[in-house]
Write a protein that binds this ligand. Sequence first.
Ligand code: GLN
Length: 481
Amino acid sequence: MSETLAELVRGLAAGRYSSVELVDASLARIRRHADLNAFITVDEEAARAAARAADQARGAGGTGLLLGVPLAHKDIFCTAGMRTTCASRMLAGFVAPYDATVVARLRAHGAVMVGKTNMDEFAMGSSNETSYFGPVRNPWDPTRVPGGSSGGSAAAVAAGLVPAATGTDTGGSIRQPAAFCGITGLKPSYGRVSRYGMIAFASSLDQAGPMARSAEDCAYVLAAMAGFDDRDSTSSERPVDDYIGGLSGDLAGLRIGVVREHFGAGLDAEIGAATQAALAEFERLGATLVDVSLPNSAASLPCYYVLAPAEASSNLARYDGVRYGYRAAGYRDLEDMYKKTRGEGFGAEVKRRIMIGTYALSSGYYDAYYLKALKLRRLVADDFAAAFAQCDIIAGPTAPTTAFALGAKTDDPVSMYMNDIYTIPVNLAGLPALSMPAGLAGGLPVGLQLVGRYLDEARLLRVAHRYQQATDWHRRRPPLS
Ligand code: GLN
């Protein structure tokens, strides 16, 4: 499938092909590239039935925004009738009794779900190697990781298995895999998209968003996903902007903040050069560059790695073998059942997070770690507020490196965590940000991150769209048959 989602929407409306044809093509490509391991579950029959229903609806005058378009969901979103595993042994056989709001909304707009994509277990990871269902391979180079945790969604879009997929981003899990796989991915502002039915990792940071080929495609998917949901008390009641209508416009008068701290040690030289080239392109398009500083961003990683595990340790307490999910086969008593169930059901990284989080929240250490991290989080958010007094968006690298080799960082969690150095501060501040392709380094995609003010998704998408009209990095495809 070489068309973008927006092209498919127009092609379906013009009757150039049917949803059944598109969904069949998607399913065939998923089978052909099964070795990428991008999917955990695919239900061909259900997808074809939904495609037939979409074609019938169109025949009867239906006009859903995404009517008949094939799409995949990260396997963290609950889907009635199809298992939702979160890439964990704990939920390997779990079938939710309801759809997540994101899933329900995309279905209501006519999208056809072809399956559920692979991910890091409970979205904890930056390489998709913590999945119980095995790692995903990067379509640009199968010896490399696709990034994580939404690695399956990123690989599926990059390989043309689906035109778009959903992802979630707690510390970078939409943007970093988008960067590694050469696609466009948007993490909306905290509260813009409902978290109802999205399996919780760190509730004050988790946010769902679109992953697709272009900013225009992301605008379509976000338009269908976003908005208030009375089943998520943290979802924003502010009206949703017109993301599709808001795409057009030039960059005259736009002030782009360039963060001093983003170009320090640890940044790959070729990524630095590609970022500078993208900034020069923005200047040609009429924007002005402004030097800004995020002085506390170095504290973001330690802050995140206290807060996210703390919240995770609480959220994951529900997997106790009693109510749903995995239960160990043999045990002596209740206590033994808990221990065996959790010992066998969770992988190593999830256990590490639960232990760190439990420790940070324990009575003797709460003030020293958890409370301290909350204060740091405020400083990081204040840095962004100060920067946005001088500029309208911030641009910089998404990740310090391109996709690394499978296995390269699995024995060194801290070096794995460092890969999110540019993305994590944004989650701590609850701001919207996207990553889009902005070059190749050693044949691998380079991502450019754009960060916006709270609820300023429309401007981010417009700026990215303008860049994509003037450049063709987002059109580069991995060397796949
Ligand atoms: N890589 C980060 C982590 O492991 C972020 C994950 C995410 O955004 N879900 O926590």
